[in-house]
Ligand binder design. Sequence first.
Ligand code: SAM
Length: 282
Amino acid sequence: MTQNTVNPGTLYVVATPIGNLHDISQRALDVLSNVDIIACEDTRHTNRLLSAFNIKNKTISLHDHNERQRQEQIAQMLVQGQSVALVSDAGTPLISDPGFHIVRHLRGENLPVVPIPGACAAIAALSVSGLATDRFSFEGFLPSKSAARQAVLSNVAHEPRTMVFYDAPRRAIDTVQDIVDVLGGDRQIVIARELTKTFETVHANSAQNILTWLQQDANQLKGEMVLIIQGAERDPDAIPPEAIATLQLLLDEMKPKKACAIAAQIHGVKKNALYQYALDMK
Ligand code: SAM
């Protein structure tokens, strides 16, 4: 069923393709054709997309540098009953793209904001990565400088969830070298490059093997990529931080043996491990 109408006074957050134009949804085309105006990260880029689908509509820019000024202007348009679409250059707006400030502003004003879902590189990559998808964290862009990148990687070294990053393939060798140095060469990673495009490549292996592969094939350093890192394996003997917090509270009130027994029962951890921890704390 095609719904080719738009509601007045509504902002539509419209996902656009990340490469293959056929990934645009019918609903996205309907909205882009029928709204009063389209706010775009880059009007020239979006006008090329619109002309590929024979859509003629008005566009205005909305990017990192003018978003806060535009938000009031767009709020006014909505109050006056106009409908507006928000698009970025590719994929889902707001996901490492402009749009957060305006959506937060409009929500604060109780004005309607409607998603038109579609492509998102992070989710597309995750869906074919073969890494755990039950819990994951989206980490956005990795820093371009090695020291800052290593700091980010150290911070997530014990993160048990699958981690999804955006990064530039031209930095891929340096990035994967940092992963080997900080997280170890055995950590499984996935490089998803040029998704939905001619040279789409999804490669999964240990960080060390991916590093060797990248060093041997300069073609893998072109285009756009998503980097996915397997979450850290849980150490079965590790004491969860909640158990340590409970133990610390109890130790102020009672003898270590009793405190460890109670904390162990509450958190389902080994009493002896807690007792050893309490001894080490002294
Ligand atoms: N909002 C977009 C989304 O929903 O995916 C992301 C925008 S962000 C500025 C651009 C980054 O997304 C790229 O540097 C790359 O990491 C990733 N990306 C976008 N298109 C991609 C593609 N076709 N293949 C792999 N990664 C892509």
